[in-house]
Design a protein around this ligand. Structure first.
Ligand code: ADP
Ligand code: MG
Length: 230
């Protein structure tokens, strides 16, 4: 039962206004709880505040009002170093445009995520290979991103997000740059991760993608509302 699972993401009146001038109320004070193992999708028009929501959830931005709890931790009480460390341990990000380094192999791109791992380089390489295997890319582990298809690049980005063993995977339009068939394979991978217990938050413009989640949050003009998935 998801209702008894521990909260991972908890907004309590959390909102963000960019100072400007003029000030931009990107996310109005919002209340939302996402529990361990849930798959939540976020929809809304361009500029409505979806990325702002995800950036707060992922500790890339701090709310300017209200409180944000991650895994029960009141993140407003953390200093910058602790926020960064918590983000590194708990959160994986996947972005629309992959954000891979073009002159590093798939394996090296994944290894670069392990900045908090001080262990031997051989261990990091082995973990990167495991993560690439998890996303079905073991045969392409030594390839440069420029030699990979869009879907393969996004799989590398997902491997990079997973290699630190996060408790929360945040995806900002993960299929936005992919054709329908490739998007489907990436969505299938997200389904697998969800089945294995990952907590997922996926921003999308696509109603078909939104319907993959267990529930959908809408954001319109910075106002967040819950609604059942279609
Ligand atoms: P979405 O992801 O839904 O397209 P965003 O969360 O990126 O929307 O943006 C929400 C609003 O905040 C928009 O009006 C956008 O222009 C504004 N915004 C985003 N980032 C900044 C910033 N760094 N400074 C000022 N305004 C911003
Ligand atoms: Mg956005």
């Amino acid at each position: 039962m998801t209702t008894s699972a521990a909260p991972v993401v908890e907004f309590r009146g959390a909102g963000l206004t960019y100072p400007g001038p003029p000030p931009v109320p990107a996310l109005r004070p919002s209340d939302v709880t996402i529990r361990q193992g849930e798959y939540v999708t976020v929809v809304g028009p361009s500029g409505s505040g979806k990325s702002t929501f995800l950036n707060i959830a992922g500790l890339l931005d701090a709310p300017t009002t209200g409180r944000y709890f991650l895994d029960g931790v009141d993140t407003g009480r953390l200093d910058d170093a602790d926020r960064t460390a918590l983000r590194g341990r708990r959160i994986g990000f996947v972005f629309q445009s992959f954000h891979l380094l073009p002159h590093r192999s798939a394996t090296e791109n994944v290894m670069l995520a392990m900045v908090y791992n001080t262990g031997p380089r051989t261990d990091r390489r082995a973990r990167a290979r495991e993560a690439l295997d998890r996303v079905g890319l073991a045969p392409r582990a030594d390839a440069l991103p420029t030699r990979l298809s869009g879907g393969e690049r996004q799989r590398v980005a997902i491997a990079r997000a997973l290699v630190t063993r996060p408790s929360l995977l945040l995806c900002d339009e993960p299929t936005g740059n992919l054709d329908t068939a490739t998007a489907e394979s990436v969505l299938g991978l997200l389904d697998d991760l969800h089945r294995d217990g990952m907590t997922l938050v996926v921003i999308t413009h696509d109603p078909g993608v939104a319907a993959r989640g267990q529930r959908t949050v809408t954001i319109r003009d910075g106002v967040l509302a819950e609604r059942a998935a279609a």
